[in-house]
Write a protein that binds this ligand. Structure first.
Ligand SMILES: Cc1cc2nc3c(=O)[nH]c(=O)nc-3n(C[C@H](O)[C@H](O)[C@H](O)COP(=O)(O)O)c2cc1C
Length: 185
């Protein structure tokens, strides 16, 4: 197995982070990897917001704390060893991936998001792909949160990645389904 495949097979969602900051050079390479993800018609419709300001992360979490179902909040807290709710698992860095309202904008953002997770893993960083923060950006608080992220008007938040050094044991990989491949010919 080559190193690229091994990197894909060993990446896991991380939900416990230490507060140790990420190396600037590694962060720059992670963003470059995101920008080299494929985009439909090469629109490069995405936009990246790297947030290391914990008050901004906390603001978005606090809005979602009120919007998300109680059982989801409880599950997140349990997953973090009963730390208080944080939509981004108290990661020291969160990258928001937005994209324009173009036909394949969500796919453009999703491809970039996965590249971020894989690039992070290649530096032994933990990452978690996150969509559950989106209700906050559909709520009446959206203008305030968009302004906190300094988001250009034509950009729609799609996904986020919680990023940092993992703390504690990494979770076992969920088993993958076996019956979802056909070979024709
Ligand atoms: C589009 C998308 C949205 C996701 N949203 C969340 C999320 O909001 N919170 C979370 O903890 N994990 C989220 N995940 C991570 C998945 O739960 C995780 O990838 C899946 O359980 C498989 O585990 P693995 O990443 O360790 O292989 C999301 C993944 C994807 C692709």
């Amino acid at each position: 197995m080559n190193d690229i495949i091994l990197n894909m097979l060993t990446r896991r969602s991380c939900r416990n982070f230490s507060s140790r900051p990420i190396d600037e050079k590694e962060l720059a390479q992670i963003i470059t990897a995101a920008k080299f993800a494929p985009t439909a018609l090469n629109t490069q419709s995405y936009y990246f917001t790297v947030v290391r300001e914990s008050s901004v992360i906390a603001e978005i979490s606090a809005v979602n704390r009120k919007l998300l179902p109680a059982d989801y909040i409880k599950r997140v807290e349990t997953r973090m060893g009963n730390k208080p709710f944080c939509n981004f698992y108290h990661a020291p860095t969160v990258i928001f991936i937005s994209s324009e309202d173009v036909p394949f904008g969500i796919a453009d953002a999703a491809n970039a998001t996965e590249n971020i997770c894989l690039a992070a893993h290649s530096f032994n960083l933990g990452s978690c792909y996150i969509a559950s923060f989106l209700p906050a950006f559909d709520s009446e608080e959206a203008p305030r949160l968009r302004s906190l992220l300094q988001l250009p008007a034509n950009q729609i938040p799609r996904f986020a990645v919680a990023l940092g050094y993992p703390e504690g044991a990494t979770q076992e990989a969920p088993t993958r389904k076996e019956d979802n491949v056909s070979f024709i010919g």
